[in-house]
Design a binder for this molecule. Structure first.
Ligand code: NAD
Length: 486
């Protein structure tokens, strides 16, 4: 397999299909230089992908293959990617601005890990048979519960962790015998197309995986196509609700993994420096472009001054630059548009009465860099405290009692993740149980992620689950088969 940065075709039906679509440039966010080109998928490209995926599901070997054989091919698929880590890492960093440690831990570690875990889970005992029973007329019988693949699934992914997120959807979808059309973000298409090359080398049957690049129009066509059976989407809440609306006409099931504005509660008994380490590492991770990052810091009033100082010290020490340069601790935002959005929010925060404690400006160099920024003094209802900014910006909100901390933390449309820092783990546990979110980290826990734990979101953070058994079963249709014994 070759890890390329220029493509004039899309991966459809097991091969490269030349596209008549416009050529779009892939830009390195750390330098603003063009690092690759891909075609913008057309309606005809998408149609060809749907036809291929449909045929592979309706007539091909994939859904009917023994689980062990499917598992063997999918493990081979990961091995092919794994064998090209060095070239892949270069492309991931050049395309999405990820630091090398994030490439290793998230894209490779978690991405390969979650993919393989889904393959293992699918090979387990998903199906069951109830004990035989005597029914009406003394007839002996039973019921088998089996899980069928849903069919052709459309997978739509965002720009921030492309390889990881593509693999997170493909693992469970393919392991259960579905066939897939992947539409990656137009900002990071290379990490989608490379999966086509890996599928070809691993020997996946034609049509099992198809990759069509492009923007919202391609996504919309995929969602509304009646030949597509299900959509798994990761992206913003705004696009997520458009996807849900568009899927409604064909009553297509959707899984939506959306945004967040997650709270870190720092109790009065917390070690301020430890809390600031957790807070700073979270809201600046990947320049703040992560769905689960802790961007609302709900801090006991007695600790606020020390906490702000500690964040400002860490912001001062950050080495902001090209992730390809050794020593860099924070990379760029994905695009100039994203940097403008962050700058706009910082301005809005100031207009809402906020004090910009540190940062509040871009970095003067090529690429799309913005300094770690902390805003203090706004109401918990302020836009900067309520809306997802998706940049390295945190808002500090004081509280006086645990009840008030929980109320502030839960005062959000979102409910994706959260954190609590406290010397009293019992109290931290109580707060964790009261937070209306899909996950909570106590005292910085979760650095060694549990592959079995699903990601789920409350409110505007999503519908359905990704990862683990719950996430796997989103791609299955449970079916009961009642039978008569003898
Ligand atoms: P986005 O919503 O702009 O785009 C996501 C994908 O949807 C892209 O591939 C895009 O081309 C496509 N798309 C756009 N309009 C569409 C439409 N009308 N129909 C179908 N597809 C359409 O998101 P983004 O800016 O790429 O990513 C950032 C967002 O993703 C943030 O909100 C972040 O929180 C979220 N996210 C969530 C998770 C999670 O697991 N919950 C993980 C990563 C990112």
């Amino acid at each position: 397999m070759e890890v390329r940065t220029t493509y004039d075709g899309l991966f459809v039906d097991g091969g490269w299909r030349t596209s008549a679509g416009a050529t779009t440039a892939v830009v390195n966010p750390a330098t603003a230089a063009v690092v690759g080109t891909v075609p913008e998928g057309t309606a005809t490209d998408l149609d060809a992908a749907v036809v291929a995926a449909r045929r592979a599901y309706d007539e091909g070997p994939w859904p009917r293959m023994p689980q062990a054989e499917r598992g063997r091919l999918l493990r081979r698929f990961v091995e092919v990617l794994d064998a090209h880590r060095t070239e892949l890492a270069r492309v991931i960093t050049a395309e999405s601005g990820a630091l090398p440690w994030l490439v290793e831990s998230t894209h490779f570690g978690l991405g390969f890990g979650r993919f393989s875990h889904a393959v293992d889970l699918a090979a387990g005992e998903l199906d069951s048979v109830t004990p035989l029973k005597v029914g009406a007329g003394s007839v002996l019988g039973g019921t088998a519960l089996v899980h069928e693949p849903l069919g052709v699934v459309g997978l739509i992914t965002p720009f921030n962790f492309p390889l990881f997120l593509n693999l997170s959807k493909l693992g469970p979808a393919l392991a259960l015998g579905n066939t897939a059309i992947l539409k990656p973000s137009p900002l990071t298409p290379l990490e989608g197309l490379v999966l086509g090359a890996a599928a070809a080398e691993a020997g996946l049957p034609p049509g099992v995986l198809n990759v069509v690049t492009g923007g919202p129009e391609v996504g919309e066509r995929l969602v509304t196509d009646p030949r597509v059976d299900m959509i798994s989407f990761t992206g913003s809440d705004r696009t997520g609700s458009a996807v849900m609306r568009a899927a409604a006409d064909s009553l297509k099931p959707v899984v939506l993994e959306l945004g967040g504005k997650s709270a870190l509660v720092v109790r009065e008994d917390a070690d301020v420096q430890h809390a600031a380490d957790i807070a700073f590492a979270s809201f600046t991770l990947h320049a703040g472009q992560g769905c689960v990052l802790l961007t609302r810091h709900v801090v006991h009033r007695a600790l606020v001054d020390d906490f702000l100082d500690a964040l400002a010290t860490r912001a001062e020490a950050a080495v902001i630059g090209d992730p390809a340069e050794p020593g860099t601790t924070m990379g760029p935002l994905v695009s100039e548009a994203q940097r403008r959005r962050v700058a706009d929010y910082v301005r809005i925060g100031a207009e809402e009465g906020g004090e910009v404690v540190c940062g509040g400006k871009p970095v003067d160099r090529d690429g799309f860099f913005y300094r770690p920024t902390v805003i203090h003094g706004v109401s918990p209802k302020a836009r900067v405290a309520q809306e997802e900014i998706f940049g390295p910006v945190a808002v500090v909100l004081p509280f006086d009692s645990d009840d008030q901390a929980v109320a502030i933390a839960n005062d959000s449309r979102f409910g994706l993740s959260g954190g609590v820092v406290s010397a009293d783990t019992g109290k931290a546990w109580e707060i964790a149980r009261r937070l209306r979110t899909g996950s909570v980290r106590i005292n910085g826990g979760g650095t060694a992620p549990d592959l079995a734990a699903p990601i789920t979101g409350w409110g505007a953070s999503g519908v359905g689950a990704e990862h683990g058994l719950t996430g796997l079963l989103e791609f299955a249709q449970p079916k009961s088969i009642a039978f008569r014994a003898g």
